[in-house]
Design a protein around this ligand. Structure first.
Ligand code: BTN
Length: 274
């Protein structure tokens, strides 16, 4: 018997709108059956339209973009979307939008589905140790100030893991795989946009401490032994915390502390208990 690998039913925009309680985020919501990349389209629109909140969703992406110039495989059944934000903060704060989005995703997955979703620095959300969501924030700045940022969120929702390339199968999961059922993507998207609007209001008021505290409470790898690959170098140590800018603080051998702003993290030994 053949398994249904992807959800063929297109997203219902009117159902998303029924779940949406926002004033800014998700207005307008623009839906495409297929796009190269929702981030790319959101950036084009942000350059032309002065408004904040425009949200682009695509059923599939043909050139979905991941971090560090990687490709992001985006079959139908996933939830691929990008939001244009214009927080009135200095440009140096914009990378924290990725932390904000990861908090929104982890909180929403916990609340809607009771999943133990955890954040993995810098921008992944995991369920049972496997990646269910990636976030890519791209920003346009003018000197010290932020023009706009595009927060792109890729959530593996209703497709079978077999759709992903073999190299990703063992490290990834989908909501359908974890819950053994399909979810209503409309409910998930509406709830996520609500959560992002509320966190973004706090972000615009520069309440970064609140955000970082929420991030810490959802981060799975604090206390664990980790290896971070930074520009070809491998840094091993214990993940201790994140700093005010969202950089990871590591305790290396001999109690030396090192802070890394970007890189690929692998947990080598879990924390004993948290
Ligand atoms: C990563 O983990 O490397 C980040 C992946 C981000 C993927 C999302 S899907 C929606 C948006 N459009 C893109 O092209 N990328 C982001």
């Amino acid at each position: 018997m053949s398994r249904k690998l992807t959800n063929a039913e297109p997203l219902s925009l009117s159902e998303v709108k029924n779940h949406l309680r926002t004033r800014v985020v998700g207005h307008p919501l623009v839906y495409f059956r297929e796009l190269t990349s929702t981030n790319q389209m959101a950036k084009l629109l942000a350059e032309k339209l002065p408004r904040e909140g425009t949200t682009i969703i695509a059923e599939r992406q043909t050139e979905g973009r991941g971090r560090l110039n990687r490709k992001w495989v985006s079959p139908s059944g996933g939830l691929w979307f990008s939001i244009v934000l214009r927080p009135k903060v200095q440009a140096r704060h914009l990378p924290k939008l990725t932390l904000m989005a990861s908090v929104a995703v982890a909180k929403t997955l916990r609340r809607l589905y009771g999943l133990r979703a955890e954040i993995k620095w810098p921008n992944d959300v995991l369920v049972n140790g496997k990646k269910v969501c990636g976030i890519l924030t791209e920003a346009e700045t003018k000197g010290e100030s932020a023009e706009f940022a595009v927060v792109g969120i890729g959530l593996n929702a209703n497709f079978d893991l077999m759709v992903l390339p073999k190299s990703l199968e063992s490290s990834s999961t989908t909501l359908r795989n974890e819950l053994k059922r399909e979810i209503r993507r409309e409910v998930l998207l509406g709830s996520l946009l609500d959560e992002i609007e509320s966190l973004n209001e706090s972000f615009s008021k520069e309440h970064f401490d609140r955000l970082l505290d929420q991030w810490r409470s959802l981060a799975g790898m604090i206390g664990a032994s980790v290896e971070v690959r930074v520009d070809g170098e491998k840094v091993q140590g214990q993940a201790v915390d994140i700093d005010q800018d969202g950089a990871l603080i590591l305790r290396l051998k001999d109690d030396v502390t090192r802070t890394v702003s970007f890189g690929d993290l692998t947990v080598t030994k879990l924390a004993i208990s948290r």
